[in-house]
Design a protein around this ligand. Sequence first.
Ligand code: ADP
Ligand code: MG
Length: 245
Amino acid sequence: MGMAAANGTSVSIQDLSLNFGAVSVLQTLNLDVAEGEFIVLLGPSGCGKSTLLNCIAGLLDISEGRIFIKGKNVTWEEPKDRGIGMVFQSYALYPQMTVEKNLSFGLRVAGVPKDEIAKRIARAAEILQIEPLLQRKPAALSGGQRQRVAIGRALVRDVDVFLFDEPLSNLDAKLRSELRVEIKLLHRKLQNTMIYVTHDQIEAMTLADRIAVMRGGVIQQLDAPQTIYNRPVNRFVAGFLGSPA
Ligand code: ADP
Ligand code: MG
């Protein structure tokens, strides 16, 4: 990949396997994500997308293999030491805290100086257009606003890699397409690495530099959206995303 050669590898997953008891959920999976790349993990429910994302985040212990982030072996690093920010489908905001507190909480725990916290919150609030919401509590926000705050929490952490797990699937169709555009603009602006899980073909086609089509814990095809659409490698990929040839 030209991008990988120019920018280096951001996330490298090597021979990763994960079993839940006797059940193999991910099978010797390999994936190299270039710095600044937008990768979408696409596949039907239960194919292992969230499991893979949670492995990268360090929320699950893997059975075999290694994970590198920016060249560093993070396989056994704590989630907080991996330089990643995660946005979930459910907003996971603290209901008793204002938006501003939701954004600053993790930074205060991490010992980031006050003026630096203020700077980062101001920047995130501007980028995500949530300045007027900073003193509200989550209950007083719409679904789309809550999801912006959830993205803001990843943003203020100043991380290299964003992980999104179906961040839009709880929203109605109109909001979904609005936020899809915003996430795309956010990526243009930040130019960081994003790994984005969805089962929505349109999201995948519009957001991804490359799409990894998954089935049964295996990546079936990893290619640019147009390539997958025009030249699916097998009937599963064709049925899921390919052109109706
Ligand atoms: P996806 O996100 O693609 O819908 P998941 O990664 O959530 O899929 O799940 C992949 C498979 O692993 C599914 O068959 C699911 O039932 C199974 N699984 C997920 N979490 C657990 C768990 N904690 N224990 C046992 N099986 C699990
Ligand atoms: Mg999932």
